[in-house]
Write a protein that binds this ligand. Structure first.
Ligand code: NI
Length: 203
């Protein structure tokens, strides 16, 4: 009889876990927040924008034609964090295989004065053949960064090309309709990001 009680107890546990998972999933659309494998995202973050790509052409999320985007705000002179995170984005896309084809990697510069179209044109292929580099006027960049809650600030530096940019570092997963559905903080493992994105895309 004991094994029957144990099986019954297990069934109850599974049922409760199921209800819990259902409540969590059900909650997501109501709050407008996404949280699968990343930080909880406020529904107000993100949205469409139009900037200039590394070929001098206007580029907006609508140009992705139904694809997802992995968006990173950084700058080409960054000595450490940005190259690490851009390399990670490339790794994530490779890890995703066929699903990775549905994701456009995007770098938006937060140093538009130095990151001209020409500078981005030379820089982005170093990380991924499909990486899109975006620049614009300082005002345009300021407006887009604000909507994505990106912090950045100039820091004088005698060592590095006059100045560095202090900046927040998040990789944003943007859905085909332009919503930020997840964000991954600096240091998040590429494999974990890839697993989370796979759940978003296939779920
Ligand atoms: Ni950086």
């Amino acid at each position: 009889m004991i094994w029957r009680i144990r099986i019954l107890a297990l069934l109850v546990v599974f049922a409760l876990a199921g209800v819990g998972a259902w409540l969590l999933v059900r909650q997501t659309p109501e709050t407008g927040a996404g949280s699968v494998g990343g930080l909880v995202v406020d529904a107000e973050i993100g949205g469409p924008f139009t900037l200039t790509d590394q070929n001098g052409q206007p580029f907006g999320l609508a140009d992705l034609a139904g694809d997802y985007a992995l968006v990173y705000f950084g700058y080409t002179f960054c000595p450490d964090v940005c190259p690490t995170e851009l390399g990670k984005i490339a790794t994530v896309i490779d890890l995703l295989g066929a699903d990775g084809e549905r994701i456009a990697p995007v770098l938006i510069t937060i140093d538009p004065v130095r990151d001209t179209v020409e500078v981005l044109h030379d820089y982005v292929p170093l990380f991924h053949e499909r990486l899109i580099g975006l620049t614009g006027t300082p005002e345009d960049i300021r407006a887009v960064a604000k909507r994505y809650r990106v912090y950045y600030s100039k820091v004088e530096s005698a060592e590095f090309a006059d100045y560095l940019m202090d900046h927040s570092s998040f990789i944003y997963l943007v859905s085909p309709d332009g919503r930020v559905i997840a964000m991954y903080g600096y240091g998040t493992d590429a494999g974990k990001i890839a697993d989370a994105i796979r759940r978003h895309i296939q779920g």
